[in-house]
Write a protein that binds this ligand. Structure first.
Ligand SMILES: [Mg+2]
Length: 176
């Protein structure tokens, strides 16, 4: 079985949208160098990497499923061509609240990824900047890392916490 690091997207992989609530197109998507560094460590340590992202803006009609798919295709091509890094898969929840089993803090996307890709969840990690990510990861039976110093209010606690994304690579070197 594979071991996997699941990444939340906005705030972990790319800069959080500043003015708008959602990233609507590739031009608004800013990959963070700290994520690339983190992904490289994840690979070196023998893990695959999967993105699990809530994108309620699709449900709101702010952006289309096609534009979100295009962002992810471009992101994967950029990682592959410029950094020689691969993502195993990307899971998107396009739903509003209370409509599905996949919107984090529910663990549906992680559980589905595990079934499709033969992933051992007890040997895997979830990294996010919201307590929704931490609750989803814990509910799926993963170890969890919260990248934030302010967000409160989750039902479960992260195993590790760093204040900012710049501290993530050195933590991963230590704990993976
Ligand atoms: Mg986030």
């Amino acid at each position: 079985m594979k071991k996997c690091v699941f990444f939340d997207r906005d705030g972990i992989i790319n800069e959080k949208p500043v003015l708008a609530r959602y990233i609507r197109c590739w031009e608004e998507f800013k990959l963070m160098p700290e994520f690339i560094e983190s992904l490289r460590i994840v690979k070196q340590k023998g893990y695959v990497a999967v993105i699990v992202t809530n994108q309620k803006g699709i449900w709101h009609g702010v952006m289309s499923q096609e534009s979100v798919d295009e962002i992810h295709n471009n992101m994967r091509a950029c990682l592959r061509n410029e950094h020689e890094l691969e993502l195993l898969d990307v899971f998107v929840c396009p739903h509003g609240d209370d409509q599905c089993d996949c919107r984090k803090p529910l663990p549906g996307m992680i559980v589905r990824a595990a079934g499709q890709h033969d992933i051992d969840l007890s040997a895997s990690w979830m990294i996010g900047d919201s307590h929704r990510d931490i609750d989803a990861g814990n509910r799926a039976g993963c170890r969890t890392i919260l990248v934030d110093d302010s967000d409160g209010g989750g039902e479960t606690e992260p195993l590790h916490q760093v204040a900012r994304i710049s501290e993530l690579p050195s933590l991963l070197e230590k704990v993976l």
